[in-house]
Design a protein around this ligand. Structure first.
Ligand SMILES: NC(=O)c1ccc[n+]([C@@H]2O[C@H](COP(=O)([O-])OP(=O)(O)OC[C@H]3O[C@@H](n4cnc5c(N)ncnc54)[C@H](OP(=O)(O)O)[C@@H]3O)[C@@H](O)[C@H]2O)c1
Length: 214
């Protein structure tokens, strides 16, 4: 698959690298062309401008800060019509009460992106795990492949995302439509808060096999 990556930082390198290693054709696009070239060289990808990455991808990963994503996606709206636009952003704001969501009354960043580019097929995915997890080949824990929850409305976004997930050795976990993306963003706020406190979010989700029969 052709994958365009918007951004040249940690997530661009980790996820772009995982996809390139899986045999996808990745193009890293950045506002700083030298940084795009550096990141691309590290992971065996092509590089270019943000617009070139948007045009390149059947899937386009948005790997920029959450606060910058809607404006960027709006500027690229004409390039990403009919493409799966994968939003991995986390709109998190540290407060005295812990991590809070910084989405106001918009619902989620994913919904903001869908509004910014009405012709694109936005999907929320890959936001729950730290960048280091996406560098594992594959991300498997206690012999179980990592499940990657995602939310999308359009069948193209669902199919493309399932391929992106399974091609790096993870298990696709569809979680409903884009209206539920807010839950993935909120889950990140909770899980990352627990990690920062040295707690174990994994221990909060026992296997369904342990649940009493209903
Ligand atoms: N790091 C993690 O473990 C992790 C995990 C899950 C999700 N995420 C989410 O993934 C996204 C990317 O995180 P990251 O760790 O890769 O960040 P990062 O290393 O700081 O990289 C951010 C990238 O965004 C670019 N950028 C910033 N503002 C921009 C703008 N207005 N227009 C175009 N490009 C812009 C930066 O370009 P310049 O170099 O030119 O500034 C850089 O290439 C964030 O939304 C984050 O919440 C991160």
């Amino acid at each position: 698959m052709r994958i365009g990556v918007l951004g040249t930082g940690g997530m661009a390198e980790a996820l772009g690298g995982a996809w390139a290693a899986a045999g996808h054709r990745v193009l890293v696009g950045g506002r700083d062309r030298e940084r795009a070239a550096r990141t691309a060289a590290l992971i065996g990808a092509e590089h270019g401008s943000l617009a070139q990455a948007a045009r390149h991808g059947e899937a386009v990963l948005v790997a920029v800060p959450a606060a910058a994503a809607p404006q960027l996606v709006s500027e690229l709206a004409g390039e990403i019509v009919g493409r799966a636009v994968v939003d991995c952003t986390n709109p998190l704001m540290p407060t005295a009460e812990g991590l809070m969501l910084d989405t106001g009354d918009t619902g989620s960043v994913a919904l903001q992106l869908a509004t910014a580019a009405p012709g694109a097929y936005v999907v929320k995915a890959f936001n729950l795990c730290h960048v280091s997890i996406w560098t594992l080949r594959p991300p498997t824990f206690e012999n179980v492949p990592l499940a990657v929850p995602f939310c999308a409305d359009h069948p193209t976004a669902v199919a493309v995302t399932a391929t992106l997930i399974s091609s790096i050795g993870c298990t696709p976990a569809p979680c409903g439509g884009l209206a539920r993306a807010a839950y993935l963003e909120a889950t990140a706020a909770l899980a990352i808060g627990l990690w920062w406190e040295g707690r174990q979010p994994r221990a909060a989700f026992p296997s369904p096999a342990e649940a009493p029969p209903s």
